[in-house]
Design a protein around this ligand. Sequence first.
Ligand code: PLP
Length: 426
Amino acid sequence: VCKRSGLIRSIAEPMEKTVYTTKVLRNGNIAKLQAGYLFPEIGRRRSAHMQKYPDANVISLGIGDTTEPIPEVITSAMAQRAQALSTIEGYSGYGAEQGEKVLRAALARTFYGDFGIKDTDIFVSDGAKCDISRLQLVFGSNVTIAVQDPSYPAYVDSSVIVGQTGSFEKDVQKYGKIEYMKCLPENDFFPDLLSVPRTDIIFFCSPNNPTGAAATRKQMKELVAFAKANGSIIIYDSAYAIYMSDDNPKSIYEIPGAREVAIETASFSKYAGFTGVRLGWTVVPDELRFSDGFPVANDFNRIMCTCFNGASNIAQAGGLACLSPEGLKAMYGVVEFYKENTKIIVDTFTSLGFQVYGGRNAPYVWVRFPGRKSWDIFAEILEKAHIVTTPGSGFGPGGEGFIRVSAFGHRENIVEAARRLKSLYK
Ligand code: PLP
């Protein structure tokens, strides 16, 4: 399994001549996954490129991993907690599977102050991606799902793995039984809900990875009303909410009635550079019920207790420090740095006359190349500018003809990438 920028793909090793096989059948659902598809392929092409041009300074704006150091005020809290583990008084073993009380309370206060979310609705975890898969376990194989197209691949892949889908249909580049809600510039990156069939679950990410589009308050009201009318559950991914510049909702619970139809998953990964530290959270309000009236939170709690043993105590100390007044200030400082990077990338493509989307509310810039294939654009930029981007088609068929450019990078690399792009497309 390969992890990069949230794009997770199972890599099918080439079948070598087998000497011995067990009698265990391969999980047919995992076998449905498209093998070695996006990031392994990008990695392969990057390596081939570096072999061809050993002296090239390749700049990666593809992966979407954070690059800047975590502020001291946050790491020192983690260091302190780690050192305390060497003392009798400071040692602690397993903690609550739902997370430390103080952290749950701080999350509720900081991000959901006025929206009726209680500490006990919040489950602290090792990250949003892990929670997405655990939520799939809660719902099981009999539910139907809808995703934005394009979207973060973990929704689709985890759905395939738990057996909610049919096979991959090559001609349309979609899995059977998944509802792909087209999100293009033509519909303001918001699905035409009148034409979307009912599904049990609706994955919705705002600001979106990869398009960078953030839903407006009006659009989110429509989404919540749509879910309510259909008796569906929204899994709202707010991993990039802190990057919002426009006055759009940062949490779905800003919309009245959302607590009855929505789960929200979030993460410190892109907030505080915790992609390696690992810390996130998921909100499951106790108002959210299954058709028989049973609280969804109870089943999520059961899954957390069975499949997870609580987030690292050191990481939780870091999370708590992030939410202190100094921590928040430091965290916003790093986010602001990436937002300046984003602006450089947006300005670069705009000045070259491209149709440029995203960027204002997310650290991703979504650039359109009408009539061209994403992989061809990727290859062109790599070959001629030594820059790695991400082909939009890797996020779903709706991403064809686009590339995603990530703003996570050291400033000198972003500036140099801008210079090379300007000379390539001038
Ligand atoms: N959700 C989205 C939309 C993402 O883009 C990512 C990471 O790139 C994640 C979730 C994963 O977050 P975490 O690092 O908390 O697992």
